[in-house]
Ligand binder design. Structure first.
Ligand code: PBG
Length: 312
């Protein structure tokens, strides 16, 4: 069965296609800014004017889905720059929708950690995360993104009932066509380190263990995705990917809505700095995520991978 390439290819049945990838983009205020992120060589923060070139390069290789992250230094207690309609992400959504119409599918992360003084994903009352107050803010952010023209809002703060709450808020405001890709099974992970540098979202005290999942209980991790489907999630997600291939595969067997896996910042940095054959190791890793059962992969590798595959 392994006598030559043709036979090997004949019996292969897992594929990577750019149409199944979502490419993350970090967006900053201002003009003419394209700044490389120290801990993530090859990944940049863009001002909106510079973002267009990056999107054109992705469209050229067949990637047309993007996940937008705002990098905001105007932080306050309520994270109010997350839900101002002149904030970074709503402005970017409007611009991209205007320029690319339906040729791009836009996903936007809905969370507070980039916008709050505490750097936590929820509001703080008396020193602890206030789940239900946070839901109100997540609703506001989602409506602002929806009005700007986003296709999917992506709640990532791991508050209980965030999907239910956002679905209702969207429907009540006439946004029935805006979908929810939920960060449903999101672990409390050290692999997010480089992202927190990139997005200025490091918690200023404590950690995220009171809302993100502990990796020692796979059943609870799966249950979180099941609950999000009941609450109305259109796409669910496992994050990170590499240390959680078992969870991806179990969820894929039990849940039938499309499943995304987030190949996160620390997985990217680890490989980029590994000294290994980058092209080959990237393929091997992304195929493993696909093989585990992910329908969609969110990855910082996506653009370069398909550039190389296209032979640029
Ligand atoms: C926001 C958010 C994080 C990531 C995506 N959305 C950081 C976190 O939860 O601390 C991490 C993505 C990555 O590491 O690439 N909550």
């Amino acid at each position: 069965m392994r006598k030559n390439k043709n036979i090997i290819n004949l019996v292969s049945n897992i594929y990577l296609s750019p149409s199944n990838f979502i490419y993350p983009l970090f967006i900053v205020e201002g003009k003419n800014r394209k700044e490389e992120i120290n801990s993530m060589p090859g990944v940049y923060r863009f001002s909106i004017d510079c973002l267009l070139g990056e999107i054109d390069a992705c469209l050229d290789v067949g990637i047309n889905s993007f996940m937008l992250f705002g990098v905001e230094d105007r932080k306050d207690e309520l994270g109010s720059w997350a839900y101002r309609d002149d904030g970074i992400v709503p402005s970017a959504i409007k611009k991209l929708r205007d320029v690319y119409k339906d040729d791009v599918t836009l996903f936007a992360d809905v969370c507070l950690c980039q916008y709050t003084v505490s750097g936590h994903c929820g509001l703080i009352s008396n020193g602890v995360i206030d789940n239900n107050k946070t839901l109100e803010i997540l609703n506001k952010i989602s409506i602002v993104y929806a009005s700007a023209g986003v296709d999917f809002v992506c709640p990532s703060s791991m508050m209980d009932y965030q999907v239910k709450s956002i679905r209702k808020a969207l429907d009540d405001n006439g946004f029935h066509m805006v979908g929810i890709m939920s960060y449903s099974t999101k672990f409390n992970s050290s692999f997010y380190g480089p992202f927190r540098d990139a997005a200025l979202s490091r918690p200023q005290f404590g950690d995220r263990s009171s809302y993100q999942l502990d990796y020692r209980n796979p059943s609870l991790a799966i249950l979180e995705s099941l609950k999000d489907v009941e609450e109305g999630a259109d796409i669910i997600m496992v994050k990170p990917a590499l240390a959680y291939l078992d969870i991806i595969s179990k969820i894929k067997e039990r849940i039938f809505v499309p499943l995304a896996a987030y190949n996160v910042s620390g997985e990217y940095s680890m490989i980029i700095n590994s000294g290994l054959d980058l092209e080959k190791v990237t393929m091997e890793v992304l195929y493993s995520i696909k093989r585990a059962g992910a329908d969609i992969i969110i990855s910082y590798f996506a653009k370069d991978l398909f550039l190389k595959m296209k032979g640029f």
